[in-house]
Design a protein around this ligand. Structure first.
Ligand code: G4P
Length: 539
């Protein structure tokens, strides 16, 4: 009956709702070496896209770059942009956002997280919660992005699982709820038990290491003893931990997970595939599909943009310049938030107040741009950007609202920068303005306007800045690192501000006064000494 009554419009809506419900757009957050690349590869293995793992991992020390996936992409039809990878996993469509870690750490990494609907936090079970994980987790918390936790490398000697649970809770200030529990650890790691129903999975190492799917024997915990595969001591330890968790652990609730209040915890070994498939299945069923996003309507009211009810809308979360060195173009990466995107669509560009045609949407296929014909909420598209787009721009069919501005992140490194050749000042200023607009670095000036300073969250951003000034603007620069590690906006008269030692007053791009400090302690001292001023943390 319902079907017969459907108009073509509602049928389309139906297809859109189904496509949106299938999407899982997420990022992996982890400290370098915790196993992000290995887990990504196992996603491809268990999705059936590759039959053997190990082919895309770089050699020791060489991390997998987007280009390493590309040969495989051509063969298997995985779509990769420099920013996201899309592929089917069982009934879901996965959009895995690329959040480079380590040397590549930058504001881009943070901003990319804003495009995720959920995150997988991979923790090395021997190391626990590490520095980069903390930083990335803080962004998830700020954006209310639900986080699943994978305790990885259980096949190596690691910390006791109960300790790891406590560490997650204390270091990240979130409730941790174990969904499964490891049976043995290190070379004794034999399987996992599902806490909801006491079902056990025992794994056997394959001859190919983790290159192929692992064999699983299934049974109930009560039958484990009779199986002869696990020692009575290991079983007793598991029972002991489970009883403790029953009394002292956190119950898991999907609602609380979606609110960012609880992280479900899973134990596994990505290298050997132990526990990986059940983790991935749990991820697909627990992680949210794209939901409504808050925005500011033109009349100043806060509105919620529904992914299905609202026609196409998206925002720019990343700009990448010069993917093609012959052109000055950059690529704007957009996260589709609502509606169906079709190639050649004409949309409103809210900041510029004009209409633009999205005629060259693409994903990258083996260095060549392949055109995207359609996309759905949660998907990432790249648009060639002839200077039209800035980070945070909203585009839509209807107009009338803007997605919330992307947060500015507290820079941790600072430097003075100047052109080696004073005659190149104009080109230098032009280049700096462009880099600031793209969000490559934050730019500051001394209060007397004579000096330019740059601020960033990662060293790589400075390298990119100098490289691009050299190659795109033909300006060689000298960069002097400054020994500041944190900053705050100053409210109140700068002339009466009593600055502590090793601090400096500068202006940000919007002309607000910022104080740079040698360390957090100096910031605290400055607050104490200047009760009439306010020092606001950035963020
Ligand atoms: P990352 O992307 O988070 O930086 O980590 P990646 O997956 O590259 O893993 C870092 C190292 O840890 C790799 O070893 C990888 O094989 C290993 N590893 C990942 N998951 C597991 C696991 O579950 N168990 C064990 N034992 N090792 C794991 P590598 O020696 O640096 O590289 P390779 O020589 O193995 O390629």
């Amino acid at each position: 009956m319902l079907r017969a009554a459907m108009t073509p419009g509602t049928a389309l809506q139906h297809g859109l709702a189904a496509a949106a419900a299938q999407r899982r757009t997420f990022a992996i957050i982890s400290h370098p070496d915790a196993g992000k690349t290995t887990l990504t590869e196992k996603l491809l293995l268990y999705s059936g896209l590759i039959r053997t793992a190990g082919m895309v991992r770089g050699r020791k020390g060489g991390k997998t770059a987007a280009s390493d996936w590309m040969g495989m992409e051509q063969e298997r039809g995985i779509s990769i942009t420099a920013s996201a990878m899309q592929f089917p996993y069982k009934d879901a469509v996965i959009n895995l956002l690329d959040t480079p870690g380590h040397q590549d750490f930058s504001e881009d990494t943070y901003r990319t997280l804003t495009a995720a609907d959920s995150a997988i936090m991979v923790i090395d079970a021997a190391k626990g919660v590490e520095a980069q994980t903390r930083k990335l987790f803080a962004v998830c918390r700020m954006r209310r992005i639900p986080v699943l936790t994978l305790m990885n490398k259980m096949d190596l000697p690691g910390r006791p699982p109960l300790d790891l649970m406590t560490e997650v809770e204390e270091a990240l200030n979130i409730h941790a709820a174990a969904v499964n529990w490891p049976i043995g650890s290190g070379s004794d790691f034999a399987g996992i038990v599902d806490r909801a129903d006491d079902r056990v999975q025992l794994f056997s190492r394959t001859a190919h290491g983790g290159a192929t799917k692992v064999d699983v024997a299934r049974m109930f915990l009560r039958d484990l003893e009779g199986s002869g595969r696990v020692t009575p001591e290991v079983i007793a330890a598991v029972r002991h931990d489970l009883e403790l968790l029953e009394v002292a652990g956190n119950p898991f609730s999907r609602d609380r997970f979606l609110e960012g209040d609880v992280t479900p915890v899973f134990f596994a070994s990505a290298l050997t595939n132990f526990g990986i498939e059940s983790f991935l299945d749990a991820f697909v069923s627990l992680a949210p599909a794209p939901g409504a996003r808050p925005a500011d309507a033109d009349n100043g009211e806060e509105v919620s943009i529904d992914p299905v009810e609202t026609p196409f809308s998206a925002y720019v979360f990343k700009l990448q310049a010069n993917m093609n060195p012959k052109h000055r173009d950059s690529t704007a990466f957009l996260r589709v938030c609502s509606g169906r995107f079709e190639r050649d669509m004409v949309v409103r560009h809210h900041r510029l107040g004009k209409e633009v045609r999205l005629s060259r949407p693409h994903s990258l296929v083996a260095q060549e741009r392949s055109t995207v014909e359609e996309a759905f909420p949660g998907d990432i598209i790249g648009i060639i950007n002839p200077g039209l787009f800035a980070i945070g721009d909203t585009i839509s069919v209807t107009g009338g609202f803007n997605y919330k501005p992307l947060p500015q992140f507290q820079p941790e490194i600072f430097a003075r920068i100047r052109p080696t050749d004073v005659g190149k000042r104009k080109a230098f200023d032009r280049g700096m303005e462009q880099m600031a607009q793209e969000g490559t670095v934050q730019i500051m000036r001394s209060l007397n306007d004579l000096e330019s300073l740059v601020a960033a969250v990662g060293r790589l951003q400075f390298d990119v800045l100098q490289y691009r000034l050299r190659h795109e603007y033909r300006v060689e620069t000298i960069l002097d690192s400054l020994g500041f590690t944190c900053s705050a906006w100053l409210e109140g008269d700068p002339a009466t501000f009593k600055a502590p030692s090793n601090s400096m007053l500068v202006k940000d791009q919007r002309g607000r006064v910022v104080v740079l400090f040698g360390d957090q302690l100096m910031k605290t001292i400055a607050r104490d000494r200047n009760p009439a001023h306010v020092l606001l943390d950035m963020g």
